[in-house]
Design a protein around this ligand. Sequence first.
Ligand SMILES: Cc1ncc(COP(=O)(O)O)c(C=O)c1O
Length: 497
Amino acid sequence: MISATLFFVVLPQERVRPFLLYTLHLKYDAVLRVKRIIFFAHCFSEFSHFTDKLYIVLLSKMIDISTTLRHKHRFFFHVAVLLFFARSVLVDLFQKCIEFTRADEVKALDMYPYFRAVQENEGPLVMMEGRKVVMAGSNNYLGLTGHPRVREAAKRAIDKYGTSCSGSRYLTGTIDLHNELEARFAKFLGYESVLLYSTGYQTALGAISGLVQRGDYIISDKENHACIVNGALLAKGATADFVRYKHNDMVDLERVLAKIPDTAGKLIVTDGVFSVTGSIVNLPDLIAVAKKYGARVLVDDAHATGIIGKGGRGTASHYGLEADMTMGTFSKTFASLGGFIGGPERVINYLKHNSPALIFSASPTPASCAAALEALTILEEQPELIDQLVANANYARKGLREKGFYVLDGQTGIVPVIVGSLENALMYWRQLYDRDVFVNAFVPPGVPPNMSMMRTSYMASHEKVHLDRIIEAFDEVGNALGFRGATTNGQAVAVEH
Ligand SMILES: Cc1ncc(COP(=O)(O)O)c(C=O)c1O
């Protein structure tokens, strides 16, 4: 009796309950018992919707009626009742959207960190809600989005080609800037060939699902970016198998690879610089394990190209190695929008003809190509911009640590400050914003529970005054809230006086 009641109370879909209960009644024909369940369920559960209450009342009435009927009529009555309740089990697709209120609740508290509009963008300083705010959350790592040469190049491209290519690369959407950008990036990265996609996200979807076939395996780090996970799921849905290994753990990678049949094609995919923490993949060991098991390696260098490696050539170059393939984005260092993948000519040629994300989607705009090309030229001319970015990030890392914050180690422009719970993250974010500093609040499920963070990121164009303001603002918020965040073990970091 108690377990039946509990079963009833905890059932996730309230609308399913009457249906199940009536079925239970049919099976045991124990009217009294079922009625007592209804009573208990009424006492314990929260029937939030009027219709659910109505169903329960209706259900007891149906049970009452069924007991008064003659045996031969009862069968038809039961069928009619079950059909009625079965209909109520069907749920409107939009119901979950109507019931999704978490974001509204945070908005009502005025602590919602997302979709905040920038009204003007000068790089380190942006205008938001009529105020000048120090930007400490952008991926504009080399500060090139506002560079006069990049802006001019984009304008010239619009004048020459218009605002859109109005088609896919495959058909009418290829302009000479696409070919030039592919050739320039192939030379820069040291690959035989490069292929552009319209975003970095789309590159992962298109390349992974284009490369793997039925019987092949995708082997992915557990902390890889969502585009890799979704690229793998897209491939898995149609063709391949998708397995994951522990974050940056090459022993676990080997354990996973050892279980895969020798005859299967294998693609190991990893972020070069992990986007949340900024840590760098252990590529030497990864490549060694890959070679041992005959696997191919694809590195996502979205946060690495233009930042680490010789002259910004990315993760493989950072270690003096070569990866089978590298993909990346123009939306970060390269001050634009679009994605790329580099690899052997035959593989790129295959993707060109077998990647739906490329073939059935419009090509990057002329302005995007021109901006990325000019940004690459500037990077090649002024590699010292990378040193400036790293120096700025190191300055912030050191300054925040000196103020007592728990800051993850790193060598890139990403400096995550751990604050612990979701609530801590929202409070920190709001208080920093009130002090005219904008950072990214990374919260579960994007990060593990208790690893919510203020993910700060830096630009080569930040000046000391901006960096000092960011550090001071963190210090002030820590004092105001009475804690400095948390360690990765969830321990609170107290304010030291
Ligand atoms: C590791 C990684 N890969 C891919 C992407 C997607 O790039 P894009 O913004 O060009 O879609 C991102 C963007 O945040 C990223 O961090």
